[in-house]
Design a protein around this ligand. Structure first.
Ligand SMILES: NC(=O)c1ccc[n+]([C@@H]2O[C@H](COP(=O)([O-])OP(=O)(O)OC[C@H]3O[C@@H](n4cnc5c(N)ncnc54)[C@H](OP(=O)(O)O)[C@@H]3O)[C@@H](O)[C@H]2O)c1
Length: 385
């Protein structure tokens, strides 16, 4: 096959077949000239975790494919990362500025900034108007209190996940653990305990007194979860019998595994609440109809943000989140016992391989994959054959 020549006027998109997530393609297209009000950002780097795979798995149902449309049958998975402005026809956004936000798995992207402020802007593209504002917001790195140049990778990898973790912890406490802890013996069960979002949640819960947090994970990840030190107990998925069947408990489900959910709902007659957070076990996802016990309820992070915004005001909420984030980053980046080991994957071949690894889900849970398709970061032409 003939190698394609990549020039500065081309963009590379990583495409995924919507009905077959293992089927991928790298596609090169010529960049269109900008319209008035648009900006072009080079997507410098982005994180890829099971969360992004879940965006793809629920792409149709929850409209994640709607952010960056592609040709019929194909999708561009949204990812969190950093972009720098390389061309601007919007006076409030200058060439050279960097923004944190929700990008496609591409080398560049065209956005249409609206509501610009010192904090950043929103993408006003028509096709994104009906999508949730939290995903349409781009934070200006020069003013963003969460930003520091030393921890860019950690931010791309963990910031969106940790905000969810913080909100889950806040939501559970706000609801008094759904009565599970009235006599001080309640148990919180967290599946996919080795995932970054689950361990962020356990990290927050560990700062509260008096409720036991049990991590459930695959046999291969037991030791990693125990090493985190934020679970009172860690069990393999087939060890549910080590928890008393009558225990008052809450299920916080990151795995989305239908069989596991059924086992938990069936075993624990005193299950007080069942919260569906995600679906890391992409091959075992399934509906939650006709289960014993409470209805499995989708956790909707923006609803908790809205509630706290109304109760506390945006400034207080922002300060609390920032303070918690800083504590988490300190813990995660502790060189003596790192919870996260960043791996860089630069260029199309490396991006393709990293995607296959994250999709397969059997990698080292310490790994944090940072990817880049940006032009001069790798010999792109060689990979696009
Ligand atoms: N609702 C929200 O707003 C929200 C926000 C953020 C994240 N989430 C969800 O939280 C979940 C965790 O995301 P993350 O990015 O933190 O994950 P991550 O760190 O990439 O999780 C890795 C872990 O997930 C499990 N896993 C991943 N792929 C798998 C596969 N193909 N088969 C079996 N197990 C697999 C394994 O854990 P075990 O061996 O421990 O099972 C693995 O160690 C995702 O489903 C995500 O959608 C939801």
């Amino acid at each position: 096959m003939q190698a394609l020549f990549i020039c500065a006027m081309n963009t590379i998109d990583f495409l995924v077949r919507k009905d077959q997530l293992a089927s991928t393609e790298l596609r090169e297209t010529t960049e269109c000239p900008l319209a008035e009000g648009q900006v072009r950002l080079r997507v410098e780097k982005f994180a890829l975790t099971a969360n992004n795979i879940t965006y793809a798995a629920f792409g149709e149902a929850m409209n994640y494919w709607g952010f960056y449309p592609a040709e019929p049958g194909w999708g561009r998975i949204p990812v969190w990362g950093f972009g720098s402005v390389v061309e601007s026809r919007q006076s409030a956004v200058s060439v050279g500025e960097e923004f944190y936000g929700y990008y496609p798995m591409s080398s560049s992207v065209v956005l249409q900034p609206v509501r610009p402020s010192p904090a950043g802007f929103f993408d006003g593209a028509e096709h994104r108007a009906a999508l949730h504002a939290v995903y349409n917001n781009y934070a200006r790195c020069s003013t963003d209190p969460f930003y520091s140049p030393q921890t860019e990778d950690v931010q791309a990898l963990l910031r969106p996940l940790f905000i969810t973790s913080w909100l889950i912890d806040d939501f559970l406490a706000d609801n008094n653990f759904f009565g599970a802890n009235e006599d001080g013996t309640g148990v919180l069960l967290l599946s996919s305990a080795s995932s970054k979002t689950a361990y962020g949640t356990a990290f927050q819960l560990a700062q509260r007194k008096g409720i036991e947090v049990v991590g459930l994970t695959s046999a291969a990840n037991l030791e990693f979860c125990r090493s985190l030190g934020c679970y009172h107990q860690v069990l393999a998925y087939d060890q549910l019998d080590q928890i008393a069947a009558g225990a008052a408990c809450v299920y916080v489900d990151f795995a989305g595994n239908a069989d596991l959910r059924r086992s938990i709902h069936t075993r624990f007659a005193n299950l007080k609440y069942s919260s569906s957070i995600g679906g890391t076990h992409v091959e075992q996802l399934g509906g939650a109809k006709d289960l014993p016990g409470p209805r499995a309820t989708l956790f909707f992070a923006p609803a908790q943000i809205k509630k706290r915004n109304a109760e506390w005001g945006a400034d207080i909420l922002g300060q609390r989140l920032l303070q918690a984030w800083q504590g988490f980053v300190e813990k995660v980046c502790n060189p003596a016992a790192p919870w996260l080991v960043v791996q860089h994957h630069v260029g199309p071949d490396a991006v393709r391989a990293a995607y296959a690894e994250v999709l397969g889900g059997r990698g080292d849970p310490r790994a944090g994959h940072m990817l880049s398709l940006a032009p001069n970061s790798a010999p792109l032409a060689a990979a696009l054959t």
